[in-house]
Design a protein around this ligand. Structure first.
Ligand code: AHR
Length: 334
């Protein structure tokens, strides 16, 4: 081959290598979209790794996100982790090897995802955290978080209790049903609640154990709380409504009246909690809104349009009490 031709071929090959390197270093650099080319029709392939199906809340959240992705004309790859971190890591790796355009990820627990999120970043696939966040120093490993302020939910539960029992003189014995160990809502709802009662020494958490956010475990753990100190429990603080509903059954079977003998506080504001409140068996539920699917899809589309998006988006939430329940139950979306 002539040396001139060799030079042209060498130059062309070098250019091709440089171009492909640029393409694969599509940075997932936080709030600024990278306007990745996702085809002329704007249709994206979105992998969604969900926590599981442990609660009424989760079912509503899964549907909200799935419907929003499909209604916007995107393709959904869905994976249910059944509350196991190893399942989520495999699902994310499988999304990466399929070459999805974006990953939506609701982490079972806060820690231990650095490696797999780095793999997604290296592959140029942006990760959107939904509902639960991760405890990782390098926040360039995900684009944005959308969900609730769990610490504030814990504070709201405690504020309601402090106000409700402001005239009560004695010590108040609280049993706590925690969510999944190591998960953001379990850590933060405990933290927020304890922060508020710390200023009111009569409120004491006397027993605290995980019920893994499920009705069955909520009931079982409440049975053991009651067995060990049944007559002295004043308040149940459950990190979600499903555990509160399971515990209500345990309280009734023990021969006490939930909502009267034992004050019952839940989190989520699911329909089941409203039904329990209408029946007078639950006193209050702190809302955790799962219906953010459409907002999440807007964020993903904005990112691919190259728009600036916030690093954190909090959804709006309220607190609902027993005396409001009958009026509101029919208007609840989930
Ligand atoms: O992460 C949100 C929490 O997870 C909800 O409060 C609970 O019901 C769910 O399992």
């Amino acid at each position: 081959m002539k040396s001139g031709l060799k030079l042209i071929i060498f130059t062309l090959l070098t250019l091709m290598v440089l171009l492909s390197a640029c393409n694969s270093s599509n940075e997932v650099d936080g709030a600024k979209g990278n306007s990745k080319d996702n085809g002329s029709d704007g249709k994206l392939v979105i992998g969604f790794s969900q926590v599981g199906a442990e609660s009424e809340w989760r079912t509503a959240n899964t549907k909200s996100i799935q419907d929003a992705i499909k209604n916007a004309g995107h393709e959904l790859q869905f994976s249910d982790a059944q509350q196991r971190q190893e399942n989520q890591i495999s699902a994310i790796r499988s999304f990466i090897s399929q070459g999805v355009d974006a990953i939506v990820f609701s982490p079972v627990v806060e820690t231990g995802f650095e490696t797999v999120l780095q793999e997604a970043k290296d592959a140029g696939i942006p990760v959107f955290l939904a509902d639960r966040s991760v405890d990782i120093d390098d926040d360039s490993l995900w684009v944005t978080f959308i969900g609730s302020n769990f610490v504030e939910e814990g504070r709201n539960a405690a504020r309601w209790l402090v106000d409700e029992m402001s005239d009560y003189d004695g010590d108040v014995s609280i049993v706590e049903l925690q969510g999944t160990v190591g998960s953001a809502p379990a850590i933060d709802r405990k933290k927020g609640f304890e922060e508020i009662i710390a200023d009111h020494p009569k409120f004491k958490i006397t027993q605290s154990q995980t019920g893994n956010f499920t009705r069955t475990e909520g009931q079982e753990v409440m049975e053991s709380f009651l067995r060990s100190d049944g007559e002295n429990i004043d308040v149940l603080y459950a990190h979600n409504d499903d555990m509160a509903i399971g515990a209500i059954q345990a309280i009734e079977e023990y021969g006490l009246k939930p909502g009267e003998d034992v004050i019952v506080i839940g989190v989520d504001a699911v329909r089941g909690a409203f039904e329990a409140m209408v029946e007078g068996k639950m006193n209050v539920t702190v809302e955790c809104n799962p219906m953010f699917g459409p907002q999440l899809v807007d964020l993903i589309e904005d990112y691919f349009a190259g728009k600036e998006i916030p690093k954190r988006v909090d959804v709006e939430e309220d607190v609902y009490t027993m005396d409001q329940a009958a009026d509101l139950i029919d208007s609840r979306e989930y």
